[in-house]
Design a protein around this ligand. Sequence first.
Ligand code: CP
Ligand code: NVA
Length: 308
Amino acid sequence: MTTKNKLRHFLNLMDFSSDELKKMTERAIVLKKMQKKGDIYEPLKNRMLGMIFEKSSTRTRVSFETGMVQFGGGALFLSPRDTQLGRGEPIEDSARVLSQMVDMIMIRTFDQAHLETFAEYSSVPVINALTDMYHPCQLLADMQCYQEHRGSIEGKTVTWVGDGNNMCHSYINAARQWNFKLNIACPKGYDPDQDIFSAAGDHVEIIRDPMEAAIDSDLLVTDVWTSMGQEEEQARREIAFDGYIINDKLMAQADNDALFMHCLPAHRGEEVSASVIDGQQSVVWDEAGNRLHAQKALLEFLMNKTPE
Ligand code: CP
Ligand code: NVA
């Protein structure tokens, strides 16, 4: 990889080239095998990852923290509740201070602009661990998961069912970077961001009816109807998303070899039926597990430690 000594951030999937992303996936598959074999590999000895969480998390926190420990380093959980971040210390100051002490910073926050401001003032790599706009780390895990189960995703058809949210935006960027077709079945009023959608050109298409969108798809993906921070919209969203569920009938529209993914946490009976998420075509546990390996490849890359 070609980033020797250059400060890189991972704020969305478009920050890296397609080639860099694909190599990172290959590397994640190797790192996974090494970890399963029990190899000790510590390229980030004494390195520290700062982890700022302004929203809840299970997978993201555990995968980053475990990955850093496996790499010989450490990770620090920072929440606004018990740091000065929650008492109004400017983002610019927090970024400059933290990057004096830690080697990388991962942030889960609301506003993508806050993350970008933080990165602008940080002297160490900054990682987007979910904003209202994007969730790029999840896509690294998802693309690895597809590759492991079915080989290259290039030229395949993926159908997104549900909200045009942060995950949907990251799938749109992934369609550009991994070169696949993305059908988006979302109800009116819940479309993805127009700029993100338009930038993807022929890679993406909105097909309102999930039954039509899913025809011959190789991968079906969904996410919660109500994301973190939208809790007060829940009742309205339950009405708007009625019928936007991946169930057996919808899976039957897809290719026989189609996979089902979900970033989790899931709501059985809302965006996905229990029969699908717990069924044969679901790879959600591998997908979640890959957060560890995909992000280890990312951490290694950002610290210029990926072997040539
Ligand atoms: N998928 C995901 O990011 O999960 P968490 O919210 O548990 O981190
Ligand atoms: N769209 C969801 C993803 C959670 C991992 C949210 O932002 O809450």
